[in-house]
Design a protein around this ligand. Structure first.
Ligand SMILES: Cc1cc2nc3c(=O)[nH]c(=O)nc-3n(C[C@H](O)[C@H](O)[C@H](O)COP(=O)(O)OP(=O)(O)OC[C@H]3O[C@@H](n4cnc5c(N)ncnc54)[C@H](O)[C@@H]3O)c2cc1C
Length: 434
């Protein structure tokens, strides 16, 4: 324990993982969320995306397992599912594949690519229970922050809407895409970071089904990716087994072709997918929760690493730094990788004379490095869809060339190349590994 008090704003996946890490370094950690966080797994107003599919890639799972060693047992006990190598796959226009990063028609059991299926509320609930149980962590829910406390240009805590002042040596902003940090920079007269954007114009529609007696599905999750040609090239779908053996069905569309919000339109959309598996299975299931839609207009990467001035005592993390088209299931794993960097930076600075002074100068470039792989994978696929606009990652031309070369080798049967591409796609290794 090196540091005194920390505050974490926002208790989504990024905030909870951050609080867990800060509890190792700080005497006390206070988590603040504006939501009235329920004591059982439920979709919350502040994380409404939680109703939709939330796949945790192996890179995120590895980090969460390190931070919360009993997590998978807790998920199993509450109805989550662990998927073996044959139990999750995708139907692409080229056929069935057991890897999402490339075409892999036979399952590979290398133990590296593991997948868990559950609702996001259950995942968050299991993590939250462990964080709240830490003796030096306090949670304050239904609590609004009014403004930062500032002394000599340094953030020294937050003032709540009630007028109460909470002092802290470090405030971490994990409030998601809207991020408090931007407004606070404005108030301090400092520049906001520049942004890179990809206008993916993406939408999910999700409904929950209960399989009935005739249902035959022994696997855990499958995706149907978009068709290569024809009228419905912007559409996809998925089925994930969640708690209670229920089926979470998420449909995806983009560039104006969104999954409908009404149940009849939802089922008709399913019939337009290039593979009939989802429609066939749903003939043996009853609708439990009607479709809900979620629009995601653009991916945004905020370039904090390029700022020359930033207040000490503050760090944004998770979606506040970078949020990417959810269709590639990277957000939670990216947040976890940033949190792991924060853990390392705090450990490295522990014995320096001013361990928290200029922390942002160390953290931002390393957090940015973690965004590179998911950003490139998502941008390449988004820009392959006609109509996507925004900033193509020209600066990653070398890495993209490496990726193409390795994919070709993998297609020719090179196991090492395949493993490398998979590990970067699965967020177990950074882009520089290519
Ligand atoms: C539709 C959709 C589907 C997704 N699917 C996946 C997936 O399959 N796999 C994956 O890895 N990722 C997925 N993501 C991304 C994932 O949800 C996030 O990237 C990840 O949870 C990290 O987000 P976060 O914790 O930074 O922010 P959030 O999860 O948005 O949490 C922000 C928290 O801050 C709180 N808050 C906000 N403002 C304030 C304030 N002013 N004061 C106090 N508290 C505040 C909110 O209540 C909330 O608890 C998906 C995202 C979307 C939109």
């Amino acid at each position: 324990m090196t540091y005194d008090k920390a505050i974490v704003l926002g208790t989504g996946i990024a905030g909870l993982a951050t609080a867990r890490v800060l509890a190792k370094h700080f005497r006390t950690v206070t988590m603040i969320d504006r939501d009235d966080v329920p004591s059982n797994p439920q979709v919350r107003t502040g994380a409404a995306q939680g109703f939709h599919i939330h796949t945790l890639l192996p890179g995120g799972l590895d980090i969460l397992n390190d931070l919360f060693p009993t997590l998978e047992g807790d998920l199993d006990a509450q109805g989550g599912h662990s998927a073996g190598p044959t139990q999750w796959y995708a139907y692409t226009a080229f056929g069935k594949t057991y890897r999402l990063s490339r075409f892999q028609p036979t399952p590979i059991d290398d133990g590296a690519s593991r997948m868990r299926a559950q609702t996001r509320p259950l995942l968050e609930h299991c993590i939250r229970a462990q964080v709240e149980a830490l003796p030096n962590v306090t949670a304050r829910y239904k609590t609004m922050v009014d403004r930062p406390l500032v002394e000599n240009g340094r953030i020294t805590g937050v003032a709540l809407a009630t007028g109460e002042a909470l002092q802290a040596d470090l405030v971490v902003d994990a409030t998601g895409r809207e991020s408090q940090t931007l407004r606070w920079l404005d108030a301090l007269g400092l520049n906001r970071p520049g942004e890179t954007t990809v206008n993916c114009d993406f939408a999910y529609g999700t409904a929950l089904f209960r399989p009935n007696d005739g249902a035959q599905f022994d696997d855990v999750c499958f995706l149907i990716s978009s068709a290569r040609k024809g009228e419905y090239v912007k559409r996809g779908g998925s089925l994930t087994k969640v708690e209670g053996g229920n089926w979470l069905v998420t449909l995806a569309g983009r560039l104006g072709d969104y999954p409908p919000k009404d149940s009849a339109g939802f089922m008709t959309f399913i019939d337009t997918l290039h593979n009939p598996r989802l429609g066939d299975l749903l003939k043996h299931a009853d609708l439990l929760v009607a479709p809900k839609q979620y629009l995601f207009p653009k991916s945004v990467r905020r370039h904090f690493e390029k700022l020359s001035a930033f207040p000490d005592g503050l760090l944004p993390i998770g979606d506040a730094l970078c949020h990417i088209n959810p269709g590639y299931a990277q957000g939670m794993s990216l947040a976890c990788r940033q949190v792991a960097e924060l853990d390392r930076v705090l450990s490295e600075r522990r014995d320096t004379s001013q361990p928290l002074g200029g922390l942002w100068r160390d953290f931002f470039p390393r957090a940015h490095e973690q965004t590179r792989a998911p950003w490139v994978f998502a941008a390449l696929t988004d820009f392959s869809k006609k109509g996507t606009t925004g900033d193509f990652p020209e600066e990653e031309a070398d890495a993209i060339a490496d990726l193409k070369r390795l994919n070709k080798l993998a297609d020719e049967g090179d196991r090492d190349a395949a493993q490398l591409v998979d590990s970067v796609f699965d967020m177990q290794a950074p882009l520089s590994a290519l």
